[in-house]
Design a protein around this ligand. Structure first.
Ligand code: FES
Length: 107
């Protein structure tokens, strides 16, 4: 668990809520959807706006600025004006807590 960062306790987030953590100078929004947790970079690929706090519909997160939509599970862009996917991060549940990890430099 060395390179895993504790984001929050499992019970700290209700369905649809999020927590923001900083990992390697990157802001990550950790969302709860039902009993599952997802970690997405908190930066919209359209114009750099924060994604967290945008409208959430199922797994679809809408940017609060110009309404681009992203899939929380994959980071795939689902609706314009953004044209580029955003990043997602691995999530692990352990000891009643939610952990995230930056896998950018994994081989
Ligand atoms: S900054 Fe997100 S849609 Fe423009």
């Amino acid at each position: 668990m060395d390179d895993w960062l504790r984001a929050c306790g499992r019970d700290e987030l209700a369905d649809g809520e999020f927590a923001i953590v900083e990992l390697d100078d990157t802001l990550i929004a950790v969302y709860r959807v039902g009993e599952a947790f997802f970690a997405i970079e908190d930066v919209c690929t359209h114009d750099g706006g924060e994604l967290a706090g945008g409208r959430l519909c199922g797994y679809e997160l809408e940017c609060p600025r110009h309404a681009s939509r992203f899939d929380l599970r994959s980071g795939k862009v689902l609706g314009p004006p953004a044209l580029t996917d955003t990043r997602v991060f691995p999530v692990r549940l352990s000891d009643d807590a939610v952990y995230v990890r930056d896998d950018r430099w994994d081989d």
